[in-house]
Design a protein around this ligand. Structure first.
Ligand code: COA
Length: 248
């Protein structure tokens, strides 16, 4: 079990460029770590995350905004959503804008009853970024995203539960324990089967379908007698003999 915590509490964990880079870097580390089977994502202090750092993106030039802010943010959020390990988000404080989008990357969202969720971006004259209209629609449904992003509705934890934005609502101060309990449930299951199943669910949802199909097919091909014969023939500088394959 591994913990990843957004740690900028004085700004309610608003994500600036440095945090986005760090998120991408940490996801690469977690993805590669052989012993990590489940990730718990949380925020330090009173908010889970109050979104993209308004001051940071507002001061970007349009060119840099598109090149770095959007692209780097997508890379980091995609890396989180596509981690091979299940991800549990601990929403023990508000998740707004980019904060809801980062929570959307998780496989399970546990909210404390006092928190609020919303997409306030259009109220600031900006669009919901970092897949806030794409992954969010896939995971929460278009109508919920319309209500938050077009009409500015902000949902309580109980409302979010009723609409499928979160999976559990718990008493304030108990979300981390609830997340650790769910993480234990993951650890009781087959590691490989869980990883493969997460990949397939992601593919069904449109999450990097190309890579998933290729990974599964590539893994089958990589373990085949055909590959062994192909490699042996290459090394021995002869024609491969595929007549004794493992196709039956
Ligand atoms: N970007 C940058 N700074 C942010 C931020 C954001 N998205 N959200 C909060 N902060 C900062 C505040 O500016 C404040 O900094 P300061 O102490 O230097 O003035 C600090 O975090 C605390 O926020 P504050 O507004 O004082 O807390 P609050 O409890 O009164 O209100 C919120 C909480 C979440 C309702 C309010 O901070 C808010 O509306 N934030 C913006 C949410 C948003 O629009 N997100 C989408 C961004 S695209």
């Amino acid at each position: 079990m591994c913990h990843l915590r957004l740690n900028r509490p004085d700004k309610l964990n608003a994500l600036d460029a440095e945090m986005v880079d760090e998120l991408a870097y940490k996801c690469r580390e977690i993805e590669a770590h052989p012993d990590v089977r489940v990730l718990i994502l949380s925020g330090e202090g009173k908010a889970f995350c109050a979104g993209g750092d308004i001051e940071a993106w507002a001061s970007e030039s349009p060119e840099k905004f598109g090149r770095h802010w959007v692209r780097d943010g997508h890379a980091a959020f995609d890396a989180l959503a596509r981690l091979r390990q299940p991800v549990i988000a601990v929403l023990d404080g508000h998740a707004l804008g980019g904060g809801l989008e980062v929570a959307a990357c998780a496989d399970l969202r546990i909210a404390e009853k006092h928190i609020k969720l919303g997409q306030p971006e259009t109220g600031l004259g900006i669009i919901p970024g970092w897949s806030g209209t794409q992954r969010a629609v896939r995971r929460f449904g278009a109508q919920m995203v319309r209500r938050m992003a077009l009409f500015g509705e902000v949902f309580t934890a109980e409302e979010a539960l009723a609409h499928g934005l979160v999976d559990q609502v718990v008493e304030s101060g108990t979300a981390m324990q609830a997340a650790e309990d769910m993480a234990q449930a993951v650890l009781q299951r087959g590691a490989r089967a869980t990883e493969l199943t997460k990949m397939m669910i992601g593919a069904a949802e449109g999450e990097e379908r190309e890579r998933v199909i290729e990974s599964l097919a590539g893994a089958l091909a990589a373990g085949s007698d055909e590959l062994a014969e192909g490699l042996a023939a290459f090394r021995e500088k002869r024609k491969p003999d595929f007549s004794k394959g493992d196709t039956e």
